[in-house]
Design a protein around this ligand. Structure first.
Ligand code: FAD
Length: 466
């Protein structure tokens, strides 16, 4: 993709390291502000929806929250239509999906939150195609970023050093702005230390989450009353989670996952046995009817990590960090791409004041923004007794209320809609604490977890009182 590398010097040139979701969204935004944008990617990129080495998580189920899709579509107008054209499935997880959580099935009501569901390689491919079509963007694949260019005292970054495969020579890629979107394994902390910066503080939450994912053909005429199915874990007794999500090509992407090294097996028998051990049997029952379309692929995610670039006393000018390189969340909550998109949106706002002081403005803003998705995912993880000593003050109340709120979603339309909007990052989590919802959660009669037998039909709601 793109002609061979020649050194570039331009007054309005931005370079982005990494062409995964954070890098693509960043480059799309920067293309509106800079004369030229160059994206440097280590992998070779094909004009097809293929999983690739640099994004090993790409074979696993990815859901794209509505807020993330809205930002992506604002950067790339026509993206949603484009995705639908290649088979992405429009899905309202409240109306179309069955979701078992906290011992109840959520009520099935239209939430107004429609997401698009597709495999991760398809999404990345379509966004990359739209980016590559921009006249001022060049995607330089098969090139490795090996370090930063900077002024002598390290206070400003002026570009990237890049190397072609098989070459020992580094080429200088000069730029007015450098954005690191190279993912969890980013070497930015080491590169900054080499510039005389202190070590970037890092918060890590060891969760040892395991994923196993397989594609299935949706059984012809399948009608269990749902298009997507989620069976949530029930801490502390059940640490296993399962999802069935429809994607392009009449397929399901089915993922099983577990916390704290409760890894789902990748052999046929073990995978089914794990599916059977979820809090509800519906996923297992559905799989028994479906034709597998490939191998069971696994991924292990040891820890969530937040590198606190926002705490550096003096970030060099001309340098930003986005996406997983900054903050990488427990994937089970589906926040990664949307959080990257939020950072990109913030970058766009910070750019309105120009390049002077941009790094400081951006990192301060980003540090604030990341607090919400980080709190949403870590608070849930801290419910595990093994992580109890990491719980922040007030957690007991949150867990007590959260449980009541989730149970309220079995019977209450407003609670379902509010939950969906919070989950999709369209409203702040405090929305779940409105006086009316609070009162309802407190006074509603707890619903029973007793359900009719699997697989169909799933109840629209559970009405039996405990
Ligand atoms: C199992 C799993 C499931 C997930 N599920 C979801 C989900 O449901 N929803 C969701 O929103 N998010 C999910 N995520 C998170 C999501 O994958 C990431 O947040 C998203 O891809 C954004 O990451 P990124 O672009 O910052 O980095 P990455 O996706 O890691 O990409 C980094 C890119 O940089 C390139 N690169 C790295 N180093 C260099 C270098 N030195 N030179 C040149 N190129 C380089 C790599 O080749 C790669 O292309 C999941 C993650 C995992 C692990």
């Amino acid at each position: 993709m793109g002609p061979p590398l020649t050194p570039v010097v331009s007054p309005r040139h931005a370079v982005v390291c990494g062409s995964s979701m954070a890098g693509l969204l960043t480059a799309g935004l920067l293309a509106r502000h800079f004369e030229r944008v160059t994206v440097v990617e280590r992998d070779g990129l094909e004009d097809t929806p293929l999983a690739r080495k640099g994004v090993p998580q790409g074979t696993q189920t990815h859901i794209l929250l509505k807020r993330g899709m809205d930002i992506a579509a604002a950067i790339f107008p026509g993206l949603m239509e484009d995705l639908q054209g290649v088979g992405a499935q429009a899905l309202d997880m409240a109306a179309d999906g069955a979701w078992h959580v906290a011992g109840v099935w959520r009520k099935r009501v239209p939430s107004g939150v429609t997401m698009y569901s597709q495999t991760r390689p398809l999404f990345e491919w379509r966004v990359r195609s739209m980016l590559a079509a921009l006249p001022n963007v060049r995607i330089l694949d098969r090139h490795d970023v090996t370090g930063l260019l900077h002024v002598a005292d390290g206070t400003r970054v002026t570009g990237l050093k890049v190397r072609a495969p098989g070459s020992t020579e580094e080429t200088r890629l000069e730029a007015d702005l450098v954005v690191d979107a190279s993912g969890r394994g980013s070497r930015m902390p080491q590169w900054l230390e080499a510039l005389g910066q202190p070590r970037v503080e890092e918060t890590r939450i060891q969760i040892d989450v395991g994923y196993a994912t397989r594609l299935y053909r949706i059984p012809p005429g399948f009608d269990a009353g749902w298009k997507s199915l989620i069976v949530s874990a029930e801490f502390p007794t059940n640490r296993r989670f399962g999802t069935v999500i429809p994607v392009e090509g009449g397929r399901w992407t089915v993922t099983l996952s577990g916390w704290l090294k409760d890894y789902p097996p990748t052999d046929e028998e073990g995978f089914l046995a794990y599916a059977r051990s979820l809090a509800q049997p519906h996923l297992y029952e559905a799989l028994k009817q479906a034709e597998p379309l490939g191998p069971i692929l696994s991924y292990r995610f040891s820890h969530s990590q937040w590198r606190h670039f926002e705490r550096l006393p003096r970030v060099p000018e001309g340098l930003l960090v986005v996406g997983d390189a900054f903050c990488s969340f427990n994937p089970i909550y589906g926040q990664g791409i949307t959080s990257s998109a939020l950072l990109v949106e913030a970058l766009g706002e910070c750019l309105r004041k120009g390049l002077d002081g941009l790094s400081r403005r951006y990192f301060e803003r980003a540090g604030q923004l990341l607090k919400v998705p980080w709190a949403l995912s870590t608070t849930e993880d801290f419910r595990l007794p093994e992580l109890a000593d990491m719980r922040p003050p007030g957690s007991s109340f949150l867990y007590w209320y959260g449980e009541r709120f989730q149970r309220l979603t079995a019977t209450d339309d407003e609670a379902v809609r509010t939950f969906m909007e919070v989950m999709h990052m369209l409203r702040p989590p405090t929305s779940m604490f409105s006086p009316r919802l609070f009162w309802k959660a407190l006074t509603s009669r707890p619903v029973s977890a007793v359900l009719p037998p699997a697989p169909k039909p799933l109840p629209v709601h559970v009405s039996k009182a405990a």
